[in-house]
Design a binder for this molecule. Structure first.
Ligand SMILES: Cc1ncc(COP(=O)(O)O)c(C=O)c1O
Length: 400
């Protein structure tokens, strides 16, 4: 049986693949520390769960809602965006979706004609490239020539007549880097000059550390804002990955096209999750702040531990999201591996620590690990990895 030509070009999610291998080892009894997943290790705050329970008890969660979400949810999202960025969207410009992932999928289907290009800076989140392909578009990789952030020079090298959009993700997965106001303004104006839409994925905007601030693409200039589609959601800010609520906030014609797709593709995201998300978006942010502080503490604890491992290079301490993106080229060479991929696989098999090879994010000499894990596990993982790299390791897999 043959799948479509379009699908033949699309790779499954690499982070999920590594995570699956990890689960297999776990099921076989191995002592595994899984640092692959991009999800907070906290439970959803109780008051948000309670809102969901209340909606069920009140009989509200049993029914279809508008395909783009309850008006109350879209208003809550609009208010939240305005509080954070100063930019106002009418609720009709908000499309609530099954996670930010589906907001992006839906968006690319709404804006791309076959062969249209989307500039995807590297390093970058695994799903962007495949989502563009799924929509019939052409991903245009733009390697950041200096560190993890692209400049307009990097963009000039890849833009062509078919380029329709550019994705900017700040704070960034996988590196935790944040674009500052000046860098965003240069990119915003560049996009306006080239008549290219900006997709600004700000899903990690609440998770910033050690005094850093995540400037929003929507806070710069009204002309840039009017040329931007904002992507966000509850997964990272409220520890709600399982609830699947994300959104796009977009200029009216794009929001309308997305609404049409949602109405045929998924209908509304689960009503019960929408009620939970309304409470999350309307909350005062104190539950997010508690998690943010825990992530900050973990980052400050583990950064020096990973930085001192021979052959591991961390450019600078990340300021956002919850990942370390580590250049392991020297360690890979010193230990005789042919790639960071085989290094990561052996690391998992011999020490039980699961990380994601950087190839998935466009940087094959790197590994990414998530510090959205208990501090004890992070300390243990750092020790196992250091022992593995320095040759003093005791294998931890297979039931020990
Ligand atoms: C950069 C980025 N954007 C979007 C998402 C999707 O988040 P969700 O679909 O859980 O809302 C993720 C999840 O890992 C991400 O890292």
């Amino acid at each position: 049986m043959q799948v479509s030509n379009r699908l033949a070009k699309v790779n499954p999610s690499a982070t999920l693949a590594m995570s699956q291998k990890t689960n297999e080892l776990k099921a076989a009894g191995a002592d595994v520390i899984n640092l692959t997943m991009g999800q907070p290790d906290f439970e959803t705050p109780k008051f948000i769960e309670q809102a969901a329970i209340d909606s069920i008890n009140a009989g509200q969660a049993s029914f279809y809602t508008q395909a783009t979400g309850l008006p109350e949810l879209r208003t809550a999202i609009s208010h939240r965006i305005e509080r954070r960025t100063g930019y106002h969207y009418d609720a009709s410009q908000i499309v609530a979706t099954n996670g930010a992932k589906f907001a992006l999928y839906c968006l690319f289907n709404a804006i791309l004609n076959p062969g249209d290009g989307v500039i995807v800076p590297t390093p970058g989140w695994v799903s962007y490239v495949e989502q563009v392909r799924l929509a019939g578009g052409v991903p245009q990789a733009a390697p950041a020539s200096d560190g993890f952030k692209v400049t307009v020079d990097d963009l000039d090298r890849v833009v062509n007549d078919h380029t329709k959009a550019i994705i900017i993700n700040s704070p960034q997965n996988p590196s935790g880097t944040i674009y500052n106001k000046q860098e965003l303004t240069l990119i915003g104006n560049w996009a306006l000059r080239h008549n290219i839409m900006i997709v600004s994925d700000e899903i990690y905007s609440d998770l910033v550390y050690n005094g850093a601030k995540a400037t929003s693409m929507l806070s710069l200039d009204p002309a840039i804002s009017a040329n931007t589609i904002l992507i966000g959601g509850v997964s990272k800010s409220f520890a709600m990955t399982g609830w699947r609520i994300g959104y796009a906030a977009a200029p009216a014609p794009v929001a309308k096209a997305m609404a049409t797709i949602c109405s045929h593709a998924t209908g509304n995201p689960a009503a019960v999750s929408q009620y939970a998300a309304i409470t999350a978006f309307n909350s005062d942010g104190s539950s997010t702040e508690k998690m943010r502080q825990a992530f900050e503490d973990r980052l400050n604890t583990i950064y020096p531990l990973f930085n001192r491992i021979p052959g591991f290079k961390l450019a600078e301490k990340p300021t956002g999201a919850f990942y370390l993106f580590i250049n392991v080229k020297d360690a890979v060479t010193n230990l005789g591996y042919d790639s960071a991929d085989s290094f990561a696989m052996d690391l998992l098999e011999k020490t039980g620590v699961a990380v994601v090879p950087g190839r998935a994010f466009g940087n094959p000499n790197y590994i990414r690990l998530s510090y959205a894990a208990a501090k004890d596990n992070l300390l243990e993982a750092a020790k196992r990895i250091e022992d593995f790299v320095t040759g003093s390791s005791t294998p931890h897999t297979a039931n020990d």
